[in-house]
Design a binder for this molecule. Structure first.
Ligand code: NAP
Length: 270
């Protein structure tokens, strides 16, 4: 988009613990843009009303849990990648209508490179979880060369319908152990790890030797799974890299200029 939006908001429920306003406002200040990024809690059942307000406010912003899929229906136009994923995490207004995009895919790809280097290839990926974030991981992995994904999730039907949408690269497997067999990269796309007493998404002793571990969950000071995997010698990173990268890509969509990523990262340091 070219002109500045009227508001810049994150919509979700609840959004009180989101880190996005912290790093987006640092990027806005650094760029000298006269806007504040605000988190807007949208209670269940109020998404349509919120979407109408976004249109009349000429707003731009991000969408987070639990509305990324539901927000598709509020958009007059979608980017090809938002259509592929089936979820919107970034939007803006054009001629009074909402346009939906998805930067989780690019954010995931950037985060993998940041965490593990640009020269690694991922012939076999184990993906745990089958929600919107898993769809973004699959949309990223299908852009990689020669990657095969084994998907496992606790609700087999949901995993199977996601795998059908990405059938060229993805198959479901009956157990988490089948997913892990021979994996170079193990990705957690469940919320396990958000709460301090959550079980680990995959027991550390079951990880294939030398497999890299990427946890989409974000927790200050790393998730327990990432800490334990590192302790056992696996390269491992949590979802903060993806969160910042998807936010930086969203910033580029809204303003046509890249944000200062150092400013974004500095704002997150304790
Ligand atoms: P979602 O659509 O609700 O899907 C969650 C998936 O995890 C589903 O397959 C669900 O299985 C499974 N799951 C939920 N609770 C579980 C449990 N206790 N044990 C095992 N499996 C469980 O959520 P999402 O949007 O995909 O997000 C998943 C996670 O990724 C969230 O923690 C989110 O914060 C994170 N995320 C991070 C970023 C980032 O930038 N770092 C971006 C997007 C998402 P069922 O189908 O059986 O319910």
């Amino acid at each position: 988009m070219t002109s500045l939006p009227g508001r810049l908001v994150l919509i979700g429920h609840p959004v009180s613990h989101s880190l996005s306003p912290t790093f987006q406002n640092a990027a806005l200040r650094h760029a000298g843009l006269p806007l504040t990024y605000e988190a807007l809690d949208v209670p269940p059942g109020r998404l349509e009303r919120a979407a109408a307000w976004l249109r009349t406010s000429n707003a731009a912003g991000n969408v987070t849990l639990p509305y990324k899929e539901a927000f598709l229906a509020s958009c007059a136009r979608l980017s090809p990648i938002a259509e592929r994923v089936g979820a919107v995490n970034t939007f803006w207004c054009e001629d009074g209508a909402l346009v939906g995009d998805n930067t989780d895919v690019g954010g995931f790809e950037e985060a993998i490179v940041r965490a593990f280097g640009s020269d690694r290839r991922w012939p076999r990926v184990a993906l745990i979880g089958a929600g919107g974030a898993a769809a973004a991981v699959l949309a990223g992995a299908e852009r990689w060369f020669g990657t095969e994904v084994r998907l496992w999730s606790r609700t087999a039907g949901r995993a199977e319908s996601l795998a059908r949408r990405f059938a060229r690269i993805c198959t479901t497997v009956p157990t988490v152990h089948d997913a892990l067999e021979g994996a170079d990269l193990v990705v957690n796309a469940t919320p396990l790890g958000l709460a301090p007493d959550d079980a680990l998404p995959v027991p550390i002793q079951d990880l294939p030797p030398r497999a890299a571990v990427y946890d989409l969950v974000v927790r200050r000071g790393d998730t327990a799974w990432v800490r334990a995997a590192r302790g056992a010698g696996h390269p491992a990173a949590d979802g903060l890299g993806m969160l910042v990268a998807q936010g930086a890509l969203s910033f580029e969509r809204w303003f046509g200029q890249a944000p200062d990523r150092d400013a974004m990262w500095s704002a997150l340091r304790p």
